[in-house]
Design a protein around this ligand. Structure first.
Ligand code: SF4
Length: 267
């Protein structure tokens, strides 16, 4: 967990104006946590920063504790940058970098824009992990500073997307179209949930969307798992997938083959 800088502590009423000003300027964000990871969230060893707050309510969410922005820790961009500087040799040795994730990072676009720019100026590769639902919040300047985007396409049929997330599919397609027009490298993520996202017509619809984007470097089909269940219980939220089993390995592999049949490198 990131430790907030002393002057970024939760503001009292006197400090509220200064705090809001810092948020607007992108100097402070609500952060859930961070971790150092290898071989996930992008190439090499990465510092993944999880911002708090998400407008989606995915039925399979493993991190419902990131949903509320108010539950995060106010954190200075300079604090994050200081940590990143410490990891520079690791990033350099492994071809890694920073991944800005959530929650939904584009719910706090000023901070993300500032962090991406300053990290890039340090020579750090920056990835953005997003559903694309708030893609309209991403400026062209931000996209220019990203080394890549991890784009979650949670379903390909609008009705299924709505059932899975509670939101609309189209903003994700629109954001993917912008990334394609700009040539930003993209890894697609699709979570395979038996009985929810694995209908052949839904899988083909995801492949139809992704196939149109020439900047997609890989597709990751991620088998649903139950590792987030305890968080739902702890938060007292009804968990609709409590009885759903992870897909069999050969089922997941057959879905990967549907993407490979479109010429997409798929894992
Ligand atoms: S977008 Fe991510 S954080 Fe938000 S509800 Fe879906 S899985 Fe959870």
């Amino acid at each position: 967990m990131l430790v907030p800088a002393p002057d970024a502590a939760r503001p009292d009423s006197d400090g509220r104006h200064a705090h809001l000003e810092a948020v607007r300027a992108g100097r402070v964000a609500s952060v859930h946590s961070w971790e150092l990871v290898t071989s996930v969230d992008g190439p090499g060893t990465r510092m993944t920063l999880f911002l708090a707050g998400c407008p989606l309510r995915c039925q399979y969410c493993h991190n419902p504790d990131t949903w509320q922005q108010r539950d995060g820790i106010p954190t200075e961009v300079d604090d994050v940058l200081a940590r990143l500087r410490r990891y520079l040799p690791v990033f350099k040795a492994t071809g890694g970098g920073l991944t800005i994730s959530g929650g939904e990072p584009l719910q706090q676009p000023a901070f993300v824009t500032r962090l991406a720019r300053e990290a890039k100026e340090l020579g750090i590769h920056v990835a953005l992990d997003t559903s694309g639902n708030l893609g309209r919040n991403a400026s062209d300047a931000l996209l220019d500073d990203l080394g890549m985007v991890l784009l979650d396409v949670k379903s390909g049929l609008p009705d299924t997307y709505r059932e899975v997330t509670g939101r609309e599919l189209q903003p994700t397609i629109d954001f993917g179209d912008r990334l394609a027009a700009k040539g930003v490298p993209v890894w697609i993520r699709f979570v395979l949930v038996p009985g929810l996202t694995d209908a052949p017509e839904n899988v083909e619809a995801v492949a139809d969307i992704v196939e149109r984007w020439p900047n997609v470097a890989r597709v990751e089909v991620l088998p649903f798992h139950q590792m987030g269940t305890s968080k739902w219980e702890r938060l007292g939220i009804d968990y609709a997938l409590a009885d759903v089993q992870p897909p069999e390995a050969d089922h997941a592999e057959s879905v990967r083959d549907r993407f490979r049949a479109r010429g997409l490198q798929t894992f």
